[in-house]
Ligand binder design. Structure first.
Ligand SMILES: C[S@@+](CC[C@H](N)C(=O)[O-])C[C@H]1O[C@@H](n2cnc3c(N)ncnc32)[C@H](O)[C@@H]1O
Length: 279
């Protein structure tokens, strides 16, 4: 048969390219779900947060807040990235340092090994400050264990690296800078002897992995509760109180963390320092 008698092959029909159109209405449902997972509220800052969410969606090829809501529920990586973008991780060494030195003095006087929790510890400045204060009191390293948690996995990686800029050290006494940091270019590297005392974990305090961390003699929970509403503060403190080693366990909070003392705690004031024990 001649070629020109063959029936012509029909070309496959390409499906029309569906051009997705962005549709960013109110972020309320996304924010409510985020709050339910993390405890963090966004009361006044909805418009700022909406701008950040749109930016986040574009980076993750999501075209609406409905798609983002669905992704939060079904894709752990998306939830993690969103948490890492929306949490506020501001911290520095020896922030509200009177509580840290008070804790070190108490630990020295007790003469017992000490297990401390930092919930949250952000990029590590707070737990490392506690470690330095304890070492500086002459407490032996094998008698110190510090556990630092944070919901943000990026800050946990930075904490484990232990490299800081000068701004983080603006409240660090020169003799502590000299003793516990090595200058590398313009940065400050925390000494291995301090690093070894702190164990970092990515943990959401509202998840049950919190209770796998064990019990503690001292619990620092500073400048996290300010992002929660009143009922969530009580829920958070109740969960942290279950990690107390015993009735002597000391709790330290940031000065703006709550106004009314949660019912499971009893307030104390000594040497100008506010702290709490179980009620
Ligand atoms: C402002 S920083 C405070 C850090 C340090 N405690 C201080 O006072 O300098 C607040 C930290 O709380 C963490 N955070 C917020 N919600 C959390 C949650 N549900 N579980 C664990 N960490 C949380 C954030 O990721 C952030 O790093």
């Amino acid at each position: 048969m001649f070629d020109w008698f063959k029936p012509k092959k029909s070309l496959p029909i390409e499906p029309p390219i569906e051009k997705k159109v962005e549709n960013f209405q109110s972020p309320r449902a996304v924010l409510d779900r985020f709050t339910a997972i993390t405890g963090i509220h966004f009361n006044q800052k909805e418009s700022v947060t909406a701008t950040k969410l749109i930016y986040f969606c574009r980076n993750h090829s999501l075209y609406s807040f409905e798609e983002l809501s669905y992704a939060i529920e079904t894709n752990k990586g998306i939830l993690e990235a969103l948490i890492n973008m929306l949490t506020v991780n501001e911290t520095y060494f020896f922030r509200e340092s009177r509580q840290i030195f008070f804790c070190a003095e108490r630990a020295l006087r007790s003469g017992k090994p000490i297990r401390v929790l930092c919930a949250p510890g952000s990029t590590g400045e707070e737990p490392y400050s506690i470690a330095m204060a304890l070492l500086d009191k002459g407490i032996l390293p094998h008698r110190i264990e510090i556990v630092s948690l944070d919901i943000n996995s990026d800050v946990i990686s930075l904490a484990q690296e232990g490299m800081y800029n000068g701004r983080s050290l603006h409240k660090t006494a020169p003799h502590l800078q000299e003793k516990y940091f090595q200058k590398v270019g313009g940065m400050f590297n925390i000494a291995d002897g301090v690093k070894r005392l702190v164990h970092f974990h990515t943990v959401n305090i509202f998840e049950d992995s919190l209770f796998a961390l064990g019990r503690f003699d001292v619990i620092f929970s500073r400048n996290m509760l300010i992002y929660f509403d009143e009922a969530t503060v009580i829920r958070a403190v109740e969960r942290l109180s279950r990690l107390a080693q015993n009735r002597e366990t000391l709790f330290f909070f940031g000065h703006a963390d709550f106004v009314k003392t949660p019912p499971m705690l009893c307030e104390h004031y000594e040497d100008g320092v506010k702290f709490y024990t179980l009620s």
